[in-house]
Design a protein around this ligand. Structure first.
Ligand SMILES: [Ca+2]
Ligand SMILES: [Ca+2]
Length: 439
């Protein structure tokens, strides 16, 4: 009798175990299905975001086609840069905040011509004056791009790169991308991107934990690194608005130069040796040309026979850190330039406003070379596309070139791997509005 009860008890326990096992299996299978469903949903959302990015590229090209002309980029108030609906996706054009303490991003197209060129005419001194730059990296930049193998002080030529594993050579040619900097001797990651790990131009609370102990290197500017201040794309056509080549002041005779300064008047010796001119600004300062007349002089003349003028900085849009690197300017004068720009928006047609803002002596130092302009023909669209339900995002940085009159994409770079770039507030808002979407 007791044996029979014991057998029945064993069968019951076994049955319960089997039932529990089957239930657990069913739960696991169900969970796997849910996970697969979510994964598929995220994959589809990422695909949507990618397509929305292409729609964003077309939108920016359209904005530039209709609103950018003669070297002037569209004002951010004339186009939409935030929360642009593309089907079920939403787009943002990530801009650059002028407020160093900002924790939320601004949205706008970025002016590539407001950055300092890695190539000529940028000099070693100008590179060294960028915030966060070291003498070693600045010299390595010059050695990388110059054609010879002669070592600059603190620099790096073939000998340095051949000693690496694997060995390489100095390029001895112009930079083609800013990210090429990563190949250079002395290009430590913290020098390039600073503590702005997601490279969105603001320091989020989670990034500030990296601030100590290098903060002192950056004077009063937070540690954004130097990547964001540099470009390889700035170039502008060396032609008049009518498309005619500009006349080269340096190859003129003294009589022709006199005619250029005072058209319609009898030739007179200006005392200026044409080939000694460093820039059109130099001519305007030496000949004491007024701002009204200067507009025509800058329109008709240059100091180059090339079809395009490369590497000039647009002083109307450059951030203070780039202005400070111009010859003879420095940090204090750069702040003065930014203030003058804000107070005199209608007096910025030509680089002659530098003299009005800082006096002739400082302006002459800048004018010694063909370093500055008030035009922009390159624009960056840092497009962030968020997929349906806030389930995925894609970040792609496009550089458009407008020198031919038609916006052409000259660079496309996926930056999604750097992480969420639109700030915490917008992230929470998107997650809340989509009830559990994961960004
Ligand atoms: Ca070299
Ligand atoms: Ca950041």
């Amino acid at each position: 009798m007791s044996v029979c009860h014991s057998q029945r008890g064993s069968v019951l326990v076994l049955t319960l175990w089997l039932a529990a096992g089957l239930a657990a299996g069913a739960l696991l299978a169900g969970h796997a299905v849910v996970l697969r469903y979510r994964r598929e949903g995220n994959r589809r959302a990422a695909l949507y975001a990618e397509h929305a990015t292409d729609a964003g590229r077309c939108y920016v090209a359209q904005v530039l086609s209709t609103q950018a002309s003669a070297g002037a980029l569209p004002d951010v108030t004339t186009y939409t840069a935030a929360d642009i609906a593309v089907g079920e996706c939403r787009l943002w054009l990530l801009g650059r905040s002028t407020d160093a303490t900002a924790e939320t991003p601004e949205f706008a197209l970025q002016d590539e011509a407001g950055r300092l060129s890695l190539n000529e005419p940028t000099t070693l001194d100008m590179l060294e004056d960028l915030p966060g730059m070291t003498a070693e990296l600045a010299a390595a930049i010059i050695d990388w791009r110059d054609a010879d193998d002669d070592l600059n002080s603190d620099g790096a030529e073939a000998e340095t790169y051949l000693a690496r594993d694997p060995p390489s050579l100095a390029k001895n040619g112009p930079f083609e991308t800013v990210d090429e900097l990563r190949l250079l001797n002395g290009a430590e990651a913290y020098l390039l991107a600073g503590i702005d790990r997601n490279r969105n131009g603001i320091l989020e609370p989670w990034e500030r934990q990296f601030a100590e102990p290098r903060q002192a290197r950056f004077r009063d500017r937070p540690d954004y690194g130097c990547l964001d201040l540099l470009t390889v794309y700035s170039r502008e056509p060396n032609t008049t608005a009518a498309g005619q080549p500009r006349a080269n002041l340096k190859t003129m005779t003294p009589q022709q130069l006199s005619q250029a300064i005072r058209p319609g008047q009898p030739p007179a010796d200006s005392g200026i040796v044409p080939r000694s001119l460093g820039s059109v600004l130099d001519l305007c300062l030496r000949a004491k040309i007024s701002e009204d007349v200067a507009t025509q002089i800058f329109e008709r003349f240059s100091v180059s026979d090339q079809n395009v003028l490369v590497g000039r900085v647009n002083i109307n849009t450059a951030p203070a850190a780039v202005l400070a690197s111009l010859p003879g300017v420095g940090v204090d004068n750069a702040a003065q330039l930014v203030a003058y720009r804000e107070q005199n928006p209608t007096r910025l047609q030509t680089p002659l406003w530098l003299a009005a803002a800082l006096g002739e002596e400082v302006a002459k130092a800048v004018a010694a070379g063909d370093y500055v302009t008030t035009k922009s023909y390159q624009v960056t669209a840092d497009i962030v596309a968020v997929g349906p339900g806030g389930r995925a995002f894609r970040r792609t940085r496009f550089v458009f070139d407008l020198t031919t009159g038609t916006p052409l994409v000259v660079s496309r770079r996926d930056l999604t791997h750097l992480g969420w770039p639109l700030g915490e507030a917008l992230r929470h808002e998107l997650v809340d509005s989509t009830r559990g979407g994961t960004l």
